[in-house]
Design a protein. Structure first.
Ligand code: G
Ligand code: G
Ligand code: MN
Ligand code: NA
Length: 252
């Protein structure tokens, strides 16, 4: 079976999983949210990386249905978190083809209303490629979502081919500093780009979150730069829902 047919079949048979990685305040180390990340288990007990299958699912148009399912899982997860007294954000990744669906914002609103989840607790992570694709439509869509309460973060910030002019036009809440600008600091990278993104965020009134934080030295420099939030293996890896709940109950 080709990879995409296998993916479609496994999705239909309910074999895909959504894992969650905590996001923390760099100041207090409180957990302020988690990112929903797709996982595709294969027969040999390994997982096929989303870096491989998400682009395939995008090309095949399958990401629209999978993305809707991920959003629903994220809503269920957010309600579970409320249930243990942790009313934190759940962030969901969104691809270009999902934004092209007619009435995309309305579809999100309908899903959140159906699940009775607080829109302020669901965040969308969009890449620069989403933003640069038909910028006018994207601005209107994000504005409609913001009015409803859903916040938006730019994912992998600084790795795309976008112009900075769009940043002023978009109703954003966060910039996610890509792991590329974190992985070699402080020894083999002075942190110039991370510094720039944090300053840019501050001037635009946006929070900044650094991803891929693996060492205390990285965290220390990011804190010194004024970065607000962090996500990375040093704090917690992505994990299945039940593990996340156990982790949160014993955290601190
Ligand atoms: O979890 P991991 O770092 O392997 O994920 C790699 C990439 O896969 C992420 O950066 C993200 O862009 C993408 N990805 C993971 N889950 C989803 C999802 O639910 N939807 C979309 N569109 N992309 C996802
Ligand atoms: O959507 P995005 O591409 O930002 O997804 C984040 C990806 O980064 C996920 O696939 C997640 O597994 C991965 N990730 C998260 N924290 C770390 C980390 O500390 N180190 C590395 N190498 N990868 C990480
Ligand atoms: Mn992301
Ligand atoms: Na990223």
């Amino acid at each position: 079976l080709g990879l995409i047919r296998q993916l479609r079949q496994d999705f239909e048979y309910g074999k895909l999983e959504v894992w969650y990685q905590p996001q923390l305040s760099l100041d207090t180390l409180e957990i302020i949210g988690c990112e929903a990340l797709l996982r595709w288990p294969s027969d040999n007990g390994h997982y096929i990386s989303p870096a491989i299958f998400v682009p395939l699912a995008e090309d095949a148009g399958l990401i629209v249905d999978i993305g809707q399912w991920v959003l629903e899982q994220a809503c269920l997860q957010q309600k579970k978190l409320v249930g243990i007294g942790m009313d934190i954000n759940v962030a969901v990744n969104v691809s270009v083809p999902q934004f092209k669906v007619a009435n995309y914002a309305q579809g999100i609103k309908d899903t959140l209303l159906a699940h009775k989840v607080d829109p302020k607790k669901i965040e969308l992570e969009v890449t620069e490629s989403v933003v640069m694709d038909e910028i006018g439509v994207v601005i209107d869509t994000l504005q409609e979502l913001k009015e409803f309460g859903v916040e938006v973060a730019i994912d992998d910030f600084g790795t795309g081919f976008s112009s900075l002019s769009y940043l002023q036009k978009l109703p954003l809440a966060r910039l996610k500093i890509d792991r590329a600008f974190v992985k070699d600091i402080p020894d083999n990278d002075s942190g110039a780009i991370a510094d720039l993104v944090v300053s840019l965020g501050r001037h635009l009134g946006l929070k900044t979150i650094a991803e891929g934080v693996e060492t205390q030295a990285q965290a220390d420099l990011l804190k010194q730069l004024g970065c607000d939030e962090v996500q990375g293996f040093m704090y917690a890896k992505p994990m299945p829902s039940n593990e996340l709940m156990a982790f949160l109950k014993t955290y601190k």
